[in-house]
Design a protein around this ligand. Structure first.
Ligand SMILES: [Zn+2]
Length: 302
């Protein structure tokens, strides 16, 4: 039994084929087309490539940023030319076979729970601090059951009033249409916005991380980011009570991030209550495709 996963990003499509032991046997990349019709065709060709590397009918899962509304089947995506379109159904039609679909953050959560840093923990929470901010929860080996397809969109929680007022932070419009979402300040671009607010100058997120030990302004920006991140994690602990928190995405490359967050979280939680271990994602670039392949394989077992 084998399976394949296709990770669809804003710039590249990456297909990976796995053997029965979940070892990746081969992979291939293509650029992401800009028009919807070309995108559907490229995805269908990627599905055909996966079958060509393995066998016709193998389970194929697609992992991508954005949401599919289960009530309408229509996509809502910020970085793909697929919003408002029945994207999964169109890929399946063009490929001439079924595919399964999973949000990229939920794919990371599933991959880390089954193969990576969250193995043996239940429930497992995984978060991606990248261009955006979202995550997934895995319970009993499966993504938390869902109603409207919104579970895991934690980045659209409101930011906490206390730190926002204390630091005079701006309440900014979010890509989702709401104001003051956590994503606006806790994503990688959000860290840059905090640094701009503190220092009055533009900084790239990686420059804030690199300079936080030597530059007082960047140090303060990082401290504010940590304070907001800690508040965010506490909210998730109060609602989900995860046994582990796995962190991925660009900001997870910050040295000592897991230790810094654990220390802050221990101080912020209710007196004498345990905090879950905080770990970095292990799958790297492979997590999206592997999680999608695993989700497709699981669907085939059901
Ligand atoms: Zn939002």
């Amino acid at each position: 039994m084998s399976a394949a996963g296709i990770d669809l990003g804003g710039t590249k499509i990456e297909a990976q084929v796995f053997d029965a032991a979940w070892k990746m046997t081969t992979r291939q990349r293509w650029p992401t087309p800009k028009s919807y019709d070309d995108l559907v065709q490229a995805m269908a060709q990627a599905v055909a490539w996966c079958e060509g590397q393995s066998r016709a009918g193998l389970p194929v899962g697609v992992s991508a940023a954005g949401l599919i509304n289960p009530a309408t089947g229509l996509a809502l995506t910020a970085n793909l030319a697929a919003s408002g379109r029945p994207f999964p159904a169109d890929i399946a039609r063009a490929a001439g076979r079924p595919i399964s679909w999973i949000n990229d953050c939920r794919a990371l959560a599933l991959s880390e729970a089954r193969f990576g840093a969250a193995q043996g923990f239940d429930p497992a929470l995984a978060l991606i601090f990248g261009t955006g901010l979202a995550g997934g929860v895995v319970t009993s080996g499966q993504i938390m059951p869902a109603f409207a397809g919104l579970g895991g969109e934690f980045g659209h929680f409101p930011l906490p009033a206390g730190p926002m007022i204390a630091h005079g932070l701006p309440v900014l419009p979010c890509g989702c249409g709401r104001m003051g979402c956590t994503e606006t300040l806790l994503s990688a671009p959000g860290l840059a916005r905090i640094a701009a607010h503190v220092t009055g100058h533009m900084h790239m997120p990686e420059d804030v991380i690199a300079g936080r030990a030597s530059d007082a302004g960047l140090q303060k920006a990082w401290a504010i980011w940590l304070e907001l991140a800690c508040d965010f994690l506490i909210t998730l602990c109060f609602s989900i009570d995860p046994a582990v928190i796995v962190i991925g995405g660009g900001l997870s490359n910050a040295p000592d991030l897991a230790d810094d967050l654990a220390r802050a979280l221990q101080l912020a939680t209710l007196k004498d209550f345990a905090i879950p271990p905080i770990r970095l994602a292990q799958g790297g670039d492979a997590s999206g495709a592997r999680g999608a392949a695993y989700a497709a394989w699981r669907e085939g077992q059901a």
